[in-house]
Design a protein around this ligand. Structure first.
Ligand code: ARG
Length: 560
């Protein structure tokens, strides 16, 4: 609010060349309290006005006035505004109290739909760390979009098709064991798949067998189809265990295979537009003009591929949802693929092609190296989650053995820790995997945040706080930094949504919670005539913290 007012007033003073938006983006939040609550640097104005920044600052400062501003000062080439703390505190607390469930929400997305392509593990393979990243990032982005008013459609685009399934079917003929697949599907199927790879190095006839089986699958051969369906069902059951632990649901689980009989139309369209070209027997769309390698549409043996399915799926999704944006939450390594898909759609004259966005992310590393499936080195995600839960359970046992609902809380803490560890990093960076780091109460972790929530709730309990007695008229110096963070929430939501960056929420929650802990350490909460006003602020803090955690897909237990 105050930032908008400052921007509005300054842009009026500066004249047409300087839009409100330009000014707004230049406003800073000073780290040091003696520099005020808002600051505007005048250095970039110097050459335009042909005066030094210091003069410009004091000239402008003398005209800034508003009820929200307590004092306007200058320091060097900066304008520093000190806000009216009592006024702003009251306004902020009242704003949250009016409707706690919608604080931080926006409505600009109302009536528009965002489609998210996320998670997308491959059947007969373990659920990898990459798929975990896609799942939790996608879920947070969906929550953020909903908080901004959008309707979201979360689609789990399962990898259930491709030539590798021919290999898997062939492998099953040689080494498959029905009992083992039933008992431990992903482990067993991965095992025979790896076995197939090893063996085919010395025996090239196996590769041919794999091809045969894939052909059978494409021709809907009964035996091939039956096995494929079975592998798919048992894999999905395994994946569901992970989703259940994470507490994440999809609006639609629709794999690649769904598009098999719908791709001909896409190929027809490409032909009609004369975009298809033959290249070494295969059909491709050339993207030279766009500076990209050709997009392969059909292999020389007539089988279709990944890109063709994605093109078909994108067209289908647009027809179904008329999305405002379609977000593909998929690792960096597929950047080229999504660039190509987008360009081909553009070449097909779909004006919505630009609404497709690849939300890419880095890798999960162990000891600085990529976790990889092929060497069988992957850490199984379900094991990771269970280990985190056990870790959390033993923490509870040590610190608070009397706790009720221990199991449920250990789950909320353990799973929350894994999710937060992922989301606190800028998604584009690689993340080093470390259970220890995830679960400590001292670091920048979910348990740290959850613990502050519990502390806040227990203060409210101890002080017998009731919402009917809420009092927004807090006048207390030490409360100010906490109030400012609470006030910052709506803008943070907005920015995290428009940048597709959940880490902004994660970082905000850490700052918010640090401010709370500092307040708690510096201030005696339960005493004197301001007790109720202090508790009201703490109540508001717990509302915002819990809401922010829920945006990330993390629960806030009442006790721990
Ligand atoms: N299943 C693929 C993989 O694991 C990811 C699919 C991503 N989504 C898409 N529309 N291509 O690599």
């Amino acid at each position: 609010m105050e930032k908008h007012i400052m921007a509005l007033q300054l842009s009026h003073l500066l004249g047409e060349q300087f839009s409100r938006e330009w000014v707004y983006n230049k406003i800073e939040i000073p780290k040091k309290p003696h520099l005020g609550d808002l600051a505007f640097p005048c250095f970039s104005l110097a050459s335009f006005f042909k005066r030094n920044p210091k003069e410009i600052a004091s000239q402008l400062a003398s005209h800034l006035k508003h009820d929200l501003f307590y004092e306007v000062q200058t320091a060097g080439g900066y304008i520093n505004i000190f806000l009216n703390q009592a006024f702003v505190t009251e306004q902020t607390i009242k704003q949250v109290l009016t409707d706690p469930s919608t604080y931080g929400s926006h409505s600009f997305g109302t009536g528009k739909t965002i489609v998210l392509d996320m998670s997308a593990p491959n059947i007969a393979k373990p659920f990898s760390m990459g798929h975990l990243r896609s799942t939790v990032i996608g879920n947070a982005l969906s929550n953020l979009a909903e908080k901004c008013g959008y309707t979201t459609v979360k689609i789990n685009y399962i990898g259930d098709y491709g030539t590798q399934f021919g290999k898997l079917l062939a492998a099953y003929q040689h080494w498959g064991n029905e009992q083992n697949v039933r008992e431990n599907p992903l482990k067993e199927l991965t095992k025979i798949y790896v076995q197939f790879h090893q063996a085919s190095k010395d025996d090239s006839s196996l590769i041919e067998e794999g091809r045969e089986w894939f052909k059978k699958l494409e021709q809907q051969d009964e035996e091939a189809l039956k096995l494929w369906k079975w592998f798919k069902d048992v894999s999905l059951e395994e994946f569901d265990k992970v989703y259940e632990l994470l507490g994440i649901e999809f609006d639609l689980t629709r794999g690649e295979a769904y598009y098999n009989d719908k791709m001909d139309k896409t190929v027809e369209m490409l032909k009609e537009k004369q975009l298809l070209e033959e290249s070494e027997g295969a059909q491709v769309v050339r993207l030279d003009k766009e500076g990209l390698p050709p997009c392969l549409i059909q292999k020389s043996n007539g089988t279709s591929i990944y890109a063709t399915r994605d093109l078909t799926a994108a067209i289908d999704r647009y027809q179904t949802y008329e999305f405002e944006e379609a977000l593909y939450v998929v690792g960096h390594e597929q950047s080229l693929h999504f660039d190509q898909v987008k360009e081909v759609l553009r070449n097909l004259d779909f004006d919505w092609a630009d609404q497709l966005k690849h939300i890419s992310f880095g890798m999960m590393l162990t000891g600085g190296k990529k976790m990889s499936t092929r060497q069988g080195k992957t850490i199984l995600l379900e094991e990771v989650l269970n280990e985190a839960i056990q870790h959390a359970a033993s923490n509870i046992e040590e610190k608070n053995p009397e706790l009720l609902n221990k199991e449920e809380i250990a789950k909320q803490v353990g799973v929350g820790a894994v999710i937060f560890h992922d989301l606190k990093h800028d998604r584009r960076n690689d993340v080093e995997f470390s259970l220890e780091d995830m679960l400590t109460f001292e670091g920048n972790t979910a348990p740290y945040l959850q613990y502050a929530y519990v502390r806040g709730r227990s203060l409210l309990e101890k002080g017998e706080f009731h919402i009917e007695q809420a009092d927004a008229s807090l006048i207390e110096e030490t409360a100010w930094p906490l109030v400012k963070w609470i006030r910052h929430y709506p803008e943070t939501v907005l920015k995290a949504n428009s940048n597709h960056d959940p880490s902004l929420i994660a970082k905000f929650l850490l700052d918010l919670t640090k401010a709370f802990n500092k307040y708690y350490a510096e201030t005696k909460i339960l005493h004197g005539d301001q007790q109720n006003a202090r508790l009201t602020l703490i109540y508001v803090f717990t509302i915002v913290l819990k809401d922010g955690l829920s945006l990330l897909g993390i629960e806030a237990p009442e006790h721990m």
